[in-house]
Design a protein around this ligand. Structure first.
Ligand SMILES: CC1=C(/C=C/C(C)=C/C=C/C(C)=C/C=O)C(C)(C)CCC1
Ligand SMILES: [Fe+2]
Length: 546
């Protein structure tokens, strides 16, 4: 297993043509662009955690039934500094580097705590974000890295803090119908306050002397004050509906005091993150139209959520679905020391990730009896029990057990929907199957094969799609059998049957997240894949973030 997780992956700079068996639908033209950790040792030094690995971008370009694969390490400042020093010199989530050039802030006086928030890594390994016409590799710090989605070249380093006061931002932004980005970030101790900030990056902006930069036009349209100044919640994603934002202030918290002394104590960032099982999960609903939070104090039992699946409004209620854990142990499992030969014993989850549906009333009847259920939806058994002082205790409906890396048909984001595509995981964090869960019938379809580890399944709608599942699923499959090549799997999203697979004679790494960039009607098809393509990203005829 160490081989799969911990071994450094070779870049595939020249596009390699895959061996396709089956038939890729002719309408499927575009590039699946994904991100994930690919290098875990530099010189003699080794990262401790899988999430520390240096970002390796890879793409599968699908053109006229053929697939071309390429990969390239993100040339972040972190990558360059490590490579130059031939050892790890920049700290990551699970590895504190000494000395870290980013941490020279500690040589300054500790006069104001806000000055002790260190400069973080720009090793953007988690996801890809589309912002106007630009694409960025993302992580959870204040940095994002512009990339060329065709050549995978690394472009500018962007510091969110130049545009919006956040020290951390999620790698899971949302997009509205116009392509505007909605994201959230944490602003730590700014003007004596710690807040969760909701911001919008517009898709289209006027051109100035330096061209178009949507980031210059970021609009903060709401914020939530953290319950605690020095221990804000950690969060990996959030939910949106047509009119609201759903934010879970969960009892999985960052300890800012610990973070400010982590470097001098020689401990990693991960050790500054703790689950407080005695605490609650606070559910914040912010009205996008006013930027104001709904005044009712919704809360639920302690849980840890990394991925929101979807959210929508129904009959005066807001319904939201999340993948939840009973504790924060998931991140513990990804220490590379646990992902070794004795992997099966060392990396058992202490709680299975479950799909839970919550429902909260948007307007709570002040006269409702204490103890009564104020959710009256026929579609769910989720409950919200009225308590004293504007408090409402929410109990979810358990929909499915054992899934992670959820995706949906993004045309249904923020709206009622029926299908969740995900990786199946049970007591181990490693997916062995991909799954289509039908929320309406509570049934599921699966795809799996011996020795195959699937990546997050991504849904691409077919042109003129009518049903929510009219389209295909793409997933990169890595094999634990050294004899078997990795491949891009193409499934029919309706029946979950295999349409095609494209075997790749190159190294393919286990990745995290990404997006599909459809070709504009045929314009990029003329180009041989080995030729450099223009920087311009083709206009998309379906949502580019699907
Ligand atoms: C470096 C760094 C961070 C990095 C977190 C990362 C890299 C999280 C990755 C999460 C993933 C991949 C989750 C998958 O479900 C923090 C804790 C935000 C803050 C301190 C500095
Ligand atoms: Fe994620």
């Amino acid at each position: 297993m160490d081989v799969i997780f911990g071994r450094n992956k070779k870049e595939q700079l020249e596009p390699v043509r895959a061996q396709v068996t089956g038939r890729i639908p002719s309408w499927l033209q575009g590039t699946l662009l994904r991100n994930g950790p690919g290098m875990h040792t530099v010189g003699e030094t080794r990262y401790n955690h899988w999430f520390d690995g240096l970002a390796l971008l890879h793409s599968f370009t699908i053109r006229d039934g053929e697939v071309y694969y390429r990969s390239k390490y993100l040339r972040s400042d972190t990558y360059n500094a490590n490579t130059k020093a031939n050892r790890i010199v920049v700290s990551e989530f699970g590895t504190m580097a000494h000395p870290d050039p980013c941490k020279n802030i500690f040589s300054k006086a500790f006069s104001y705590l806000s000055h002790t928030i260190p400069d973080f890594t720009d090793n953007c390994l988690i996801n890809i974000m589309k912002c106007g016409e630009d694409f960025y590799a993302t992580t959870e710090t204040n940095y994002i890295r512009k990339i060329n989605p065709q050549t995978l070249e690394t472009l500018e380093k962007v510091d969110y803090r130049n545009y919006v006061a956040v020290n951390l931002a999620t790698s899971h932004p949302h997009y509205d119908a116009a392509g505007n980005v909605l994201n959230m970030g944490t602003s730590i101790m700014d003007k004596g306050k710690t807040k969760y900030v909701i911001f919008k990056i517009p898709a289209t902006v006027p051109e100035d002397a330096k061209g178009k930069n949507p980031l210059k036009h970021i609009e903060v349209f709401g914020s939530i004050t953290s319950r605690s100044l020095l221990s804000p919640s950690y969060y990996h994603s959030f939910g949106v509906t047509e009119n609201y934002i759903v934010f879970l202030e969960q009892p999985f918290k960052l300890d800012i005091l610990k973070m400010s002394t982590a470097y001098i104590r020689g401990v990693n960032w991960a050790s500054c993150l703790a689950f407080h099982r005695e605490d609650k999960t606070y559910i914040h609903i912010v009205d996008q139209r006013t930027g104001k939070p709904v005044p009712t104090k919704f809360y639920a039992d302690p849980m840890v959520v990394f991925h929101h699946v979807n959210a929508y409004e129904e009959d005066g209620c807001l319904v939201f679905d999340v993948i939840a854990y009973e504790d924060g142990s998931l991140y513990q499992l990804f220490y590379l020391a646990n992902l070794n030969q004795d992997f099966e014993e060392n990396s058992r989850l202490t709680s299975i990730p479950t799909l839970r549906r919550f429902a909260v009333p948007l307007d709570v009847d002040k006269n409702a009896e204490v103890g009564s259920n104020v959710v009256k939806l026929a579609s769910t058994t989720a409950r919200a029990l009225k308590e004293k002082d504007d408090r409402v205790y929410c109990q979810p409906e358990l929909l499915y057990e054992g899934l992670e890396l959820p995706r949906i048909n993004y045309a249904h984001n923020g709206k009622p929907y029926r299908y969740v595509f995900a990786a199946e995981v049970h007591w181990s964090p490693i997916p062995t199957k991909i799954l289509k869960y039908d929320i309406l019938t509570k049934s599921s379809l699966k795809w799996g094969q011996e020795h195959c580890w699937p990546a997050e399944p991504l849904f691409v709608p077919m042109p003129g799609a009518k049903d929510e599942d009219d389209g295909i699923i793409l997933s990169a499959i890595v094999s634990t059998d050294p004899q078997k090549l990795p491949f891009l799997l193409v499934l029919d999203a309706k029946s979950f049957t295999e349409l095609a697979r494209a075997s790749i004679d190159a190294e393919v790494h286990l990745d995290l997240h990404g997006l599909f960039i459809p070709d504009a009607d045929g314009d990029a098809r003329e180009q041989a894949p080995s030729q450099e393509q223009p920087d311009r990203v083709p206009d998309c005829h379906v949502a580019p973030w699907t």
